[in-house]
Design a protein around this ligand. Structure first.
Ligand code: GLY
Length: 396
C-alpha cells in the first residue's frame, strides 16, 4: 500500500448536527420511487432503459449496455420493500434476457459483468434462492475472471483482451464489479475468484488512489512485467483532476471488498478517500461532476455520484466502531446528502420525466447525459433509501 494522506474533514462544523430526515420522509421518497417504477414497468419489461435520459426521458434499449441491470436491481428492491409479485415477475423476465446475453456473449467484452450479473442474478439468488440465477451469475463470474492478468494482478476494464489500446487498463469503477468474484468463491468454495479480486483491490488501492487520496479514473499496468505505467481519465475533466463518480465508486467499492476479505487497510483508505470527497462538496452536499470544480464554476452537479456516495458511507459506517473519530460525521453527511437528493434533486411525480434523480452527468466529455437522469443514479438513490429505511442485505 502506498502512502496516502488523510486531509481530515476541513469543514467539520457542517457535519456536526444530524439533519432532520424522518422515517416518514424516507417512506414518502420510497413511494415516489415506486410510482415511477410503476410508470415504467410495461415499457421496461422486454426492453431496458438507456444509460441516461434525453430531456429527462429514458429511451428503450435491448439488453446490450453495461447499465442494463440497474432497472432490474430497482425491481428487486421494490419487491423487497413491497413484497408485490409484479416486480419479481418482471425481474424474472429480465433474468432470461441476461441468460441469453451471456450465452450469446452480447457486448460483454468488459468488466461490467459485475454490475450486470450482481444486480440481476446474484440479487435474485439471494432473495429467492433461485438456482438458475445462481448458475448464470457463476458463468458471468467465470467470464469476468478470464479478464485477469496474473503478472499485473488486475482485471482489465474495457475491450477485447487483444486490443492493445486497452491492455492492462484498470479503472476505479471495477471496485463495484469485484463482489461478483468474492460471491462466486463463497458459493463454490473455489478460492481462485476471491484471490483475483483480493489482488485487484490491492493494486487499485496502490495505483488508482493518489497520495492526496483523490483517484485516477483509469490506470495502465504492463501486463508482461507487472510494472505500473500511468494513470489518466476517460470521464473526468482531466488526467490529474478527480472525477466525482470515480471517487464515489471508491467510497463504496473499498468497503465492499472489506466486507469479504476483512483487510482493515481498505477501511483506512476509504476514510481518506471519503474525506477528500467531503471537503469538496458545495453548500447543498451534492458534488459537481468533477471535484476540481467549485461554486465559482458554471458546471453541472452529478446526483448519481452523490447517491453512490451515500450508499458507500452507509456501508462504511457498518464497519467503523462508533468511537471512530469520523463515525458521527459520516453518518450525518450521508443523511445530509440523502435529504438534499430527496428535497431538491428528484423528478416531479406528475411530469413526463421517467427517471428519479435530476442533475446527473453520465459523460461530460462525450456530451452524453449531461444534466439528465442516469439509470445508475436512480438505482443507488433507491438503494440508499432502502438502506436508510430498513435492515437490508446487500446484493453486492
Ligand atoms: N462505470 C461507468 C460510469 O460510471 O459512468
Amino acid at each position: 500500500m502506498n502512502k496516502v494522506i488523510d486531509e481530515g474533514i476541513k469543514n467539520i462544523n457542517r457535519y456536526e448536527s444530524k439533519p432532520n430526515l424522518t422515517k416518514n420522509d424516507i417512506k414518502k421518497a420510497i413511494d415516489h420511487v415506486l410510482a415511477k417504477i410503476d410508470q415504467n414497468l410495461d415499457k421496461y419489461t422486454n426492453k431496458f432503459p438507456t444509460a441516461s435520459s434525453k430531456d429527462l426521458v429514458y429511451g428503450e434499449l435491448d439488453n446490450v449496455d453495461w447499465t442494463a441491470s440497474f432497472f432490474t436491481g430497482m425491481l428487486w428492491l421494490a419487491y423487497e420493500v413491497t413484497e408485490d409479485e409484479k416486480y419479481k415477475n418482471v425481474a424474472k423476465i429480465h433474468i432470461q434476457s441476461f441468460k441469453e446475453r451471456l450465452e450469446k456473449r452480447i457486448q460483454l467484452d468488459h468488466h461490467d459483468l459485475g454490475f450486470l450479473y450482481t444486480l440481476s442474478c446474484v440479487s435474485s439468488y439471494k432473495i429467492t434462492g433461485d438456482e438458475e440465477s445462481k448458475e448464470i451469475a457463476l458463468e458471468a463470474a467465470k467470464l469476468l475472471a478470464s479478464r485477469y492478468y496474473d503478472k499485473a494482478e488486475i482485471i482489465q476494464a474495457w475491450g477485447d483482451l487483444s486490443d492493445p489500446t486497452q491492455r492492462g487498463r484498470m479503472i476505479i469503477d471495477c471496485n463495484m464489479n469485484l463482489p461478483l468474484l468474492y460471491w462466486a468463491s463463497d458459493v463454490t468454495g473455489d478460492s481462485s475468484y476471491k484471490d483475483m479480486a483480493t489482488k485487484h483491490i490491492a493494486q487499485a488501492s496502490k495505483y488508482l488512489i493518489r497520495e492526496d487520496a483523490s483517484s485516477f479514473h483509469t490506470y495502465y499496468m504492463d501486463t508482461k512485467t507487472g510494472e505500473p505505467l500511468y494513470g489518466n481519465t476517460k470521464q473526468g475533466y482531466s488526467d490529474d483532476s478527480c472525477w466525482a463518480r470515480g471517487q464515489a465508486w471508491g467510497i463504496y467499492g473499498f468497503p465492499l471488498s472489506y466486507s469479504y476479505i476483512k483487510d482493515w487497510n481498505l477501511i483506512e483508505l476509504t476514510k481518506k478517500v471519503t474525506n477528500y470527497y467531503l471537503n469538496r462538496l458545495p453548500e447543498d452536499s451534492i458534488c459537481y461532476w468533477d471535484l476540481i470544480f467549485t461554486e465559482k464554476d458554471n458546471e453541472e452537479r452529478d446526483s448519481s455520484a452523490a447517491a453512490i456516495a451515500v450508499c458507500g458511507l452507509l456501508e462504511l459506517i457498518k464497519y467503523l466502531p462508533v468511537t471512530d473519530e469520523y463515525y458521527e460525521y459520516y453518518k450525518n453527511a450521508s443523511q445530509m446528502m440523502l435529504k438534499s437528493l430527496i428535497t431538491d434533486y428528484t423528478t416531479d411525480i406528475n411530469s413526463d420525466a421517467n427517471g428519479l434523480l435530476l442533475h446527473g452527468v453520465y459523460y461530460k466529455g462525450g456530451d452524453c447525459g449531461v444534466d439528465e437522469s442516469c439509470i445508475f443514479g436512480d438505482y443507488y438513490y433507491f438503494e440508499a433509501l432502502v438502506r436508510a429505511y430498513k435492515d437490508w442485505n446487500k446484493y453486492w
